[in-house]
Design a protein around this ligand. Structure first.
Ligand code: UDP
Ligand code: LCN
Length: 811
């Protein structure tokens, strides 16, 4: 019998060549149109649009678009045009890339490697350049032996994959269980052994000790406290950490027995998640005003702070509960380490230590930016912090050790600056590192890699992208709020994915910067504090006492620094938006699209909470430009009696009630950003039951199910977005139950997916599994880390020198 041969899929090159022979004229006509546009980058919609423009009969076009080349075009992410060449970056599915180049004059086709493609792309900037040695960052060889999933749908489920790998490969025989035994014997707290003592040296001893303990414990009443059998268990080789009662100890021991006999992924995850490993956590969030009051909406001060303050409350509860259930009498500690800003503008950001309200064991520890010139007194933009971070990391290491009387067990970095410092600290202290990006800037600014020099003065992306690469590779695990943050969607590139391969001409070329299939990636979404963001229909909890100040904010006729504009007709529903007044948030875009749609202006009013109203109150360059634009739009479109512009609001409880007040009036929330990494306001509005229209560029695409729990809008098609809103209001006028239907859809979505309880359970489990993985992947990825260290020293430190130090004005 002959074995049937598997048909080989045609390569990209073959597919283009096949099309060239089958539809030569059509393809040449299309490619010539690309080339005629001259040197440059074409975006996916340009590529497809040109297909419609070729002068061929419909059948010819259809053949081309349905054929193999059409498939390539549909998954093309960009094309580089350097006549006579067209090079196309094709992404058949999330995380998978191929590159092909056609010479349109000679009709020849090449398949390119990443490196060749990037080199070709560099010609856009550098012209033809034959330098044979360009620095390439390539992390692939270090990760080649690590296990990876291959399906795009597995991306972001790292821990499940790792558990499957560990239970099938690592624990396949008795010898391979040794690392688990070593790991259990390694647990100590302040010099006291936890889990196992010296009596258990071998797997076989562990097995028999577990049997003995089982016999003994199953005869005790299940709620017998640990202290009553502590000495007996100690004699068998067990120390504290298994549980607080006989029942819980037994349960934990059964999990281990099961793993020793026949490990399965979910038992392993539960067991590792319950081992006492995390008592002290350090969370780094450096830039901005990190405070508990009067800070939100200030420049660079937004969701990250809300996220962390909610996160620590949930985490402290989870840690306290787990430690108690582990039968330990240990007080957890969480330190949020941030920048101390002496000129604190009426906030507490000039205090060294501040307890977090609602927490017992969590503090904000502030450390100033220091240089040879002394301490920096003023706030500076997150784009300018790079020269301060190394010293900040050193100072933090000392202060953290003093506060915790030792090293933490887990370090969590936030945003590019926090993640870089987390990498320096975790490397130095040998601690498990978790990375949270919140927003990677690269995807927010199109072509900010290839044309990085254009952005450099304002944004210093050369430092930021380098820091991001260092941190994401140094980290033991990465938490993201959505799938798209890692690997995008079928048609769009993910934030992490955009760091896979790119080039910074003149600096270095990244050929394998990150692998989105790496099992270090996990989607763990944040929630919204349910004591502040609860449904408008929850009558008992409503903060009606705040309604008079809310009404003043919205309708008071006084025009001042806190609000301008008037909502003349109080009976109309309100279109509401709230964001920092950054360019990317596109609040001005919303105002313009509202202004241009008479039907929408007729049906609803517009109220936005954003930034400052007077440029005098801002020292942020982007915010100042947006403030000026807001004023000019209001004037140009004569919006004075249909818009209310309210300055940044820092009172969270009142903001919560404001969302609900808007819901009472059957309004909507709009998030119009050009790009939103996640979008906490979207979750907040939905948690209050306010129908939400949010950008399809970024996280909200995943948070909202279009037409069910809200609506997607495209900020690049503002007229369509305005029309969608107008139609919504019209439909609600005809049938008021439609508003309720969408409102209920939003509430359901939040309860199912976006809660802090789910988040904190997951995070603690991940800390356990990755702590174990770090321990058993023996070399602790040391090769990668040494390579990254070299890159840090040779490249990052040099780049930082080009960022000017800030100068404090007169006091
Ligand atoms: N926020 C606020 N007052 C403002 C603007 C924003 O309290 O004037 C809060 C908002 O409620 C949300 C956070 O700041 O909790 C913004 O988070 P989001 O994720 O929407 O955006 P980011 O600012 O992090 O980019
Ligand atoms: C930063 C952002 O830009 C937002 O999209 C996120 O919601 C926020 O951080 C919290 O992660």
């Amino acid at each position: 019998m002959t074995t049937p041969k598997l048909a080989r899929l045609p390569s990209m090159k073959e597919r283009v060549e096949d099309t060239l022979s089958a539809h030569r004229n059509e393809l040449v006509s299309l490619l010539s149109r690309y080339v005629s546009q001259g040197k440059g980058i074409l975006q996916p919609h340009h590529l497809i649009d040109e297909l419609d423009n070729i002068v061929f009969d419909d059948a010819g076009k259809k053949k081309l678009s349905d054929g193999p080349f059409g498939e390539i075009l549909k998954s093309a992410q960009e094309a580089i045009i350097l006549p006579p060449f067209v090079a196309i970056a094709v992404r058949p599915r999330p995380g998978v890339w191929e590159f092909v180049r056609v010479n349109v004059y000679e009709l020849s086709v090449d398949q390119l490697t990443v490196s060749e493609y990037l080199r070709f792309k560099e010609e856009l900037v550098d012209g033809q350049n034959d330098v044979p040695y360009v620095l390439e960052l390539d992390l692939e060889p270090f990760n080649a032996t690590f296990p990876h999933p291959t399906r795009s749908s597995s991306i972001g489920n790292g821990v499940q994959f790792l558990n499957r790998h560990l239970s099938s490969i690592m624990f396949r025989n008795k010898e391979s269980l040794e690392p688990l035994l070593d790991f259990l014997r390694a647990h100590k707290h302040k010099g006291h052994m936890l889990m196992l003592n010296d009596r258990i040296q071998r797997i076989s001893t562990l097995e028999s000790a577990l049997t003995k303990a089982d016999d003994y414990l199953s005869k005790l009443p299940p709620d017998t406290p640990y202290s009553e059998f502590e000495y007996t268990l100690q004699g068998m080789g067990f120390e504290r950490g298994w549980g607080d009662t006989a029942a819980r100890v037994l349960e934990m021991m059964h999990l281990l027995s099961d793993i020793l006999q026949a490990p399965d992924p979910s038992t392993l995850e539960t067991f590792l998640g319950r081992i006492p490993m995390v008592f002290n956590v350090v969370i780094l969030s450096i830039h901005g005003y990190f405070g508990q009051a009067n800070v939100l909406g200030l420049p660079d001060t937004g969701g990250q702070i809300v996220y962390i303050l909610d996160q620590v409350r949930a985490l402290e509860n989870e840690m306290t509960m787990r430690i108690k259930q582990q039968g330990l009498d240990i007080t957890p500690r969480i330190l949020i380490v941030t920048r101390l800003i002496p000129d604190a503008k009426g906030t507490t950001c000039n205090q060294r230590l501040e307890r977090v309200s609602g927490c017992k064991y969590t503090h904000i520890l502030r450390i100033p930016f220091r240089t040879e010139l002394g301490i920096l007194r003023k706030w500076i933009s997150r784009f300018d912090v790079w020269p301060y971070l190394e010293k900040f990391a050193e100072d933090s290491a000392n202060e953290i050790s003093a506060e915790l009387h030792g090293a933490p067990d887990l370090i969590i970095g936030n945003y590019s600056d926090g993640n870089l410092v987390a990498s320096l600290l975790a490397y130095k202290m040998g601690v498990t590192q978790c990375t949270i990006a919140h927003a990677l800037e690269k995807t927010k600014y199109p072509d900010s890699d290839i044309y990085w020099k254009k952005f450099e003065d304002k944004y210093h992306f050369s430092c930021q992208f380098t820091a991001d690469l260092l941190a994401m590779n140094n980290s033991d695990f990465i938490i993201t709020s959505t799938y798209q943050e890692i690997a995008g969607t079928k048609n769009t590139v993910g934030q992490y994915e955009s760091h896979t391969a790119f080039t910074l001409p003149g600096l270095y070329r990244v050929v394998h910067g990150i692998d989105v299939f790496d099992p270090k990636f996990n989607i763990v979404s944040p929630g919204a504090d349910d004591s502040i963001y609860f449904p408008y229909s929850d009558k008992e909890k409503r903060l009606t006492s705040l309604h008079s100040t809310i009404e003043k904010l919205l309708y008071d006729s006084e025009q001042n620094d806190e609000h301008i504009g008037i909502l003349k007709d109080h009976s109309k529903p309100i279109i509401f938006s709230m964001a920092r007044l950054d360019r990317v948030k596109n609040i001005t875009g919303l105002v313009e699209s509202y202004a241009k749609n008479p039907k929408l202006r007729e049906l609803a009013n517009l109220a936005v909470v954003a930034g400052s109203i007077d440029v005098k109150n801002s020292n942020d360059r982007e915010e100042i430009a947006e403030i000026e634009k807001m004023h000019s739009l209001i004037k140009q479109y004569n919006l004075g009696d249909q818009i209310r512009w309210i300055a940044a609001q820092t009172n969270r409880a009142r903001n919560g009630e404001l969302y609900r007040y808007i819901a009472d009036k059957r309004g909507i929330f709009v998030q119009p950003a050009f790009y939103e990494a996640f979008g906490l306001t979207v979750v907040e509005a939905m948690a209050c039951g306010l129908p939400t229209f949010a950008t399809s560029h970024g996280g909200p695409l995943e948070i909202i199910e279009d037409g069910i729990s809200g609506f997607h809008i495209d900020p690049y098609h503002p007229d369509k977005a305005a029309e969608l809103m107008a139609n919504f209001f019209q439909k609600c006028n005809e049938d008021p139950s439609y508003w309720v239907k969408i409102s209920e859809g939003s509430l359901r979505r939040i309860q199912e997916r976006y809660t802090w309880k789910i988040y904190s359970e997951r995070l603690m489990t991940l800390a356990g599994v990755y702590g174990f993985w770090k321990y058993v992947s023996k070399l602790e990825r040391r090769e990668t880390r040494r390579y990254l260290e070299m890159f840090y020293i040779l490249k990052f430190r040099e780049l930082v020198k080009s960022v000017p130090l800030a100068v404090d004005g007169p006091k």
